[in-house]
Design a protein around this ligand. Sequence first.
Ligand code: GTP
Length: 316
Amino acid sequence: MRTGKGFARKKHRHKAASAVAPQDDVYRAGFACFVGRPNAGKSTLTNAIVGQKIAITSNKPQTTRHVIRGILHRPDAQLVLVDTPGLHRPRTLLGERLNDLVREVWSEVDVIGVCFPADEPIGRGDRFISSEVSALKAKVIAVVTKVDLVDPQTLAQRLLAVAELYDFAEIIPVSAVSGHQVENLTDAMIRHMPESPQLYPDDVLTDEPEQVLIGELIREAALEGVRDELPHSIAVLVEEMLVEGNLTRIFADIYVERDSQKSIVIGSRGTRLKEVGTKARAEIEQLLGRRIYLDLHVRVAKEWQRDPKQLRKLGF
Ligand SMILES: Nc1nc2c(ncn2[C@@H]2O[C@H](COP(=O)(O)OP(=O)(O)OP(=O)(O)O)[C@@H](O)[C@H]2O)c(=O)[nH]1
C-alpha cells in the first residue's frame, strides 16, 4: 500500500493553462477523497469523475482496500482523487491498518466529499463520519449520491437532513450512474482546491502500479456472486507479468483463508474460476490496451488477515 510516501507534491510546470485561460486565470490543483458509509457510492463516483475504471466497485460493503488515485486533468485544474476504504470497527490487524490509513488520507487531502446515499435515511454511521471530518483542515462537501433512485420529495428531505448534520461548504446531489450533476460536483471540488502548479504530468491517470490495479480487477471478478462473508477473505497478488510481443502473460494468485473458501472460489470442476478469469481478462485488456493471457491460482493462506508477515506480502 502506498501510504508511506504520503502525497508528495511532485511539481510539474503546466503548459496548458495559458492556452485556455480559465475565468479567474488561476490554476488549481490538489487532492480529494470521498468518504461515507459502506456502499454509499464512493468508488462509482470516483470512476464517473475520472472517466476510467480504476477504483473497485461492488454491491458488497467494504471491498475498497487499496488507496487508488485517479487524476482529472483540465486546462485550469488538476484533481487528484484518492479512494479510501471505509472506517469501521477493527476486528483484525487488517482492520486496524485500514483505519489508520483512512485517517492518514483524510489528514492530507484538500477536499473531502462526504457521501450520503439518497435512498437511505441518515444513520449513526453518517453522523460519526461527519463529526470525524469536521475536525480536519480540508474543505468538506456533502454529496448526496444515487439521486436517480429516489423521488424529489425524498431527495428534498435528505438534503435538509444533511444540512442539519454539519455546516458543509456545499451540498451537492449527484447520480454517478446517470451522470447528473457530476460535473457540478467536480467544479465545486476544484473551486476549493488551492492555487498550485500542476502536480502530475498530463498523461498520468493514476500512480498505482499496474500490478495493483490488475490485482484489484481480479479481486473484483473473484468476489462477484459469492457469499457475503467472503470479501474480507480474498486477496490477490500478481506474481509475474511477461511481455511477449503483443501478448502479456500475467500470473496471479488468489489468496483465501480456508479450504472451504478455496472451493467456493474455484467452483464445481473449476467453472467459477474460469468465469472469474474470463471477466478479469476482459477488464485487464481494457485497462492495458493489450492482449493478455491470465493464469490464476487459488491458494490458502491461513488467517492472512491476522498475520503481519502475510499482510505485508499482500501489500497491506
Ligand atoms: N442507482 C445508482 N446506483 C449507484 C450509484 N452510485 C453507486 N451505485 C451502486 O451502489 C453500489 C455501491 O457503490 P460503490 O461505488 O461500490 O460504493 P462504495 O461507497 O465505494 O462502497 P465501499 O467500497 O463498500 O465503501 C454499487 O452497486 C453501485 O453500482 C448511483 O448514482 N445510482
